[in-house]
Design a protein around this ligand. Structure first.
Ligand code: AMP
Length: 205
């Protein structure tokens, strides 16, 4: 199962991707985390991308694609992955589709977390106070929201055009509530593998 989770910054992608990855027993692949780890380790790639991350600007497609390619080639990603923060541009989506097709795979589902702007800003400013991420400041938040609307939302249209199911989920509310909505949406689309919960006749509520 290759599941792409898309949503605005502060939409809860990372938190929910982590949960769904545990449910599906596949790795959570976050390009933001991979890039932040490179920057923190001061690798040549990290030194190149550090200023872009801090400014909330997108990292060039080819750098991100290289990271994802390496990550998806790891044995633990053979059964699938939850992709969080990638693909974030239409060229990245096309590159991913080509790479997956080369191994007979495809994106099986896109989960779209929908959250209103007031909630996003509140969450990002709360996170700024606790996690001290370099890009959780008002200027970078504005940049990331604008990037999301202009560059990432077309990725959703790309997958709709490719007839990949796009499941829109209300991302507002407590983490557990949103997680339950995602499980319901995946179950409803026939995409959740049987885990016992479903085989006992229940839906994943
Ligand atoms: P995130 O953790 O997904 O919010 O990503 C944090 C930052 O990492 C973004 O603002 C970008 O600077 C960079 N980034 C993460 N994923 C990508 C991607 N797929 N393409 C380009 N830049 C990315």
């Amino acid at each position: 199962m290759i599941c792409v989770i898309v949503g605005p910054p502060g939409g809860g992608k990372g938190t929910q991707a982590e949960r769904i990855a545990a449910d599906l027993r596949v790795p959570h692949v976050s390009t933001g985390e991979l890039l932040r780890a490179e920057a923190a380790a001061g690798t040549p790639l990290g030194r190149e991308v550090g200023p872009l991350l801090a400014a909330g600007e997108l990292v060039p497609d080819e750098l991100v694609e290289r990271l994802v390619e390496q990550r998806l080639a790891a044995p633990d990603a053979a059964p699938g992955a939850i992709l969080d923060g990638y693909p974030r541009t239409t060229p990245q989506a096309r590159a991913l589709d080509r790479r997956l097709a080369a191994t007979g795979r495809r994106v099986n589902v896109v989960l779209l977390l929908e959250v209103d702007e007031g909630t996003l800003l509140r969450r990002l400013l709360d996170r700024a106070a606790t996690e001290h991420r370099a890009d959780d400041n008002p200027a970078s938040i504005a940049e990331r929201l604008a990037e999301y609307r202009q560059v990432t939302e077309p990725v959703i249209d790309h997958y709709r055009a490719e007839r990949v199911p796009v499941l829109a989920v209300d991302g507002k509310g407590p983490v557990d509530t949103v997680h339950a909505r995602i499980l319901r949406a995946l179950t409803g689309a026939g995409l959740l593998p049987l885990t016992g919960r479903e085989s006992k006749g229940g839906s994943a509520r």
